[in-house]
Design a binder for this molecule. Sequence first.
Ligand code: C2E
Ligand code: MG
Ligand code: MG
Ligand code: MG
Length: 292
Amino acid sequence: QAKDAGRSNYRVFTQEMLQRANNKLMIEQDIGAAIEEKQLSLSLQPIVSLPDGKVKGFEALIRWHHPERGLIMPGDFIPDIEDSEAIIQVGNYVLEEGGAILARLIEQGWEDLYLAVNLSAKHYMDPGLIPLVQRILSKYNIPPQSLLLEVTEESVIENVDLALSSMRSLKCLGVRIAIDDFGTGYSSLSYLKQLPFDVLKIDRCFTSGVLENSVDTHIVTTVIDLAHNLGRTVVAEGIETQEQCDFLAAARCELAQGYLFSKPIDERKAFRILNEIEGDGVWPVESLPQLA
Ligand code: C2E
Ligand code: MG
Ligand code: MG
Ligand code: MG
């Protein structure tokens, strides 16, 4: 019987693997068509300064409106294509569309806001990346510092030597770089020292526990101080309550992003709110604490 059980476990395992492989293949094949048929879009989530709550920029987060499968969130397709060429196509789309969004922001008088886009570390090894960024900046006449390229700590550490030289070239263009999901990627301080980044984003897994868990409290305050001592700016991700926000402001974290202010929204809604808050630029708090 033990043998049988073992065998059926094995079968389940391979079936799951097969399904994942199929899914991966399907996504890789679909993505070209998805771009062509405009099934991809970017949602925007505001990033505000602390403690005043003024909007400083947005993060662009990809969405896939699949004709048969409906809305697909990035967590359900980005990891599957991260090591294939399709991730470059997605990144190129995100840069093109991100540039167009920045151009519309500038056109409407919001030239001081920045846009953060997410790129996979693999993209930093693509020789087409730097010419593309250069072309987009000049095509839309975008001040380079308005474009922030996010890369996760985990992926950049796996590819640090290769990513480093293109990061340096991007810095020469005046574009800014953020290390995303900081704290989840096992990077050593010697890597951190080498990477030419401007912004450090503290992952939600630390900020969410900042008031309940003293370990998280210490990690967050220490990371903020470390970043500041290196001359970098800090964004706290996943801020959901006013109390978290107050804590981070007191710890001198300068920027915050999270459901407290807004979930990712479509561009039209973002512009509607921008027009409403034109006077003081303070982004309205959307969802008050919903503690489970
Ligand atoms: P990320 O870059 O760390 O983005 C933040 C994620 O946290 C987003 O999920 C956002 O909706 C979510 N979030 C923001 N505030 C809160 C909050 O207060 N509470 C909670 N529970 N969640 C919050 P999303 O849009 O599903 O994206 C997931 C991840 O997918 C992103 O994490 C990023 O790593 C990746 N991703 C998104 N767009 C792209 C893209 O265009 N290219 C690449 N390569 N990756 C992308
Ligand atoms: Mg990000
Ligand atoms: Mg993140
Ligand atoms: Mg993330």
